[in-house]
Design a protein around this ligand. Structure first.
Ligand SMILES: Cc1cc2nc3c(=O)[nH]c(=O)nc-3n(C[C@H](O)[C@H](O)[C@H](O)COP(=O)(O)OP(=O)(O)OC[C@H]3O[C@@H](n4cnc5c(N)ncnc54)[C@H](O)[C@@H]3O)c2cc1C
Length: 137
């Protein structure tokens, strides 16, 4: 029988991200989902860059559109706001495709198991965490 260190319940973006972080840290993780993926989920499917940077893996294949302009209209208050950027403001994806991709994503094996590159990979944190070089040996 397989043993796990932790079970993550729910393979939405939060569960998938948690599961991958725990697995990357060396824990044996079971990711449990009550639905069969891919499954439809009610959602606008808009992803802001900060959220995308936290997701595991490359979601580019399931992104349908990059939006450079966004508007918000508060009809009752009679207020409207808009923003436009040369880089995208929001990526659009269907949640059935996005969540299935996140749940299926496997971290690629390290390209270097020994030598200076392996040592570098072991010692230096991810660029998203500041590429800190003081990790313990
Ligand atoms: C109409 C609408 C539009 C939205 N539009 C946007 C948007 O444009 N952009 C945006 O960022 N957010 C949007 N959201 C919010 C977004 O959908 C949620 O913030 C997001 O899905 C939360 O992710 P999560 O991983 O925490 O949970 P979920 O995505 O809800 O995932 C939870 C998972 O757990 C599973 N589960 C639940 N119970 C169990 C159980 N007992 N056992 C096993 N599995 C279980 C579910 O099947 C599901 O797959 C929208 C929400 C709605 C309702």
């Amino acid at each position: 029988m397989s043993a796990y260190d932790v079970a993550v319940v729910g393979a939405g973006p939060a569960g998938c991200t948690a599961a991958h972080r725990l697995a990357t840290a060396g824990l044996r993780v079971a990711l449990l989902e009550k639905e069969q993926l891919p499954r439809y989920k009610t959602c606008g499917g808009g992803l802001v860059p900060r959220a995308v940077s936290l997701l595991p893996g490359d979601i580019a294949p399931v992104v349908e559109r990059h939006c450079h302009r966004a508007e918000m209209h508060l009809v009752d208050a009679g207020l409207s706001f808009g923003a436009e950027r040369p880089t995208f403001l929001i990526m659009m994806a269907m949640r059935d495709q996005l969540d299935a991709r996140l749940a299926d994503w496997q971290a690629p094996p390290p390209r270097y198991a020994q030598g200076v590159f392996a040592k570098y990979a072991a010692l230096v944190s991810s660029a998203s965490e500041g590429a800190v070089t003081s990790a313990p040996l």
